[in-house]
Design a protein around this ligand. Structure first.
Ligand code: F3S
Length: 64
């Protein structure tokens, strides 16, 4: 499982890095970015799903 952010959709709402600061960070424009390679463990999958559910732009994707 791997998480990613679609940079074209992200509008910098910041819920991803607020909810899951271990998984997401923000860039110079305040847009969300995935930390590292985005590969998820069972624990981080739950956080990624939480962030995904809270992103108003539906910019977070989780690949099986
Ligand atoms: Fe962007 Fe959504 Fe996070 S808009 S900053 S990916 S909450």
């Amino acid at each position: 499982m791997k998480v990613s952010i679609d940079a074209e959709r992200c509008q910098g709402h910041g819920r991803c890095f607020s909810l899951a600061p271990g998984l997401f960070d923000f860039d110079d424009l305040g847009n969300g970015v995935v930390i590292g390679d985005g590969v998820l463990s069972d624990e981080t999958l739950e956080l990624a799903r939480l962030a995904q559910a809270n992103c108003p732009e539906h910019a977070i994707f989780i690949e099986e």
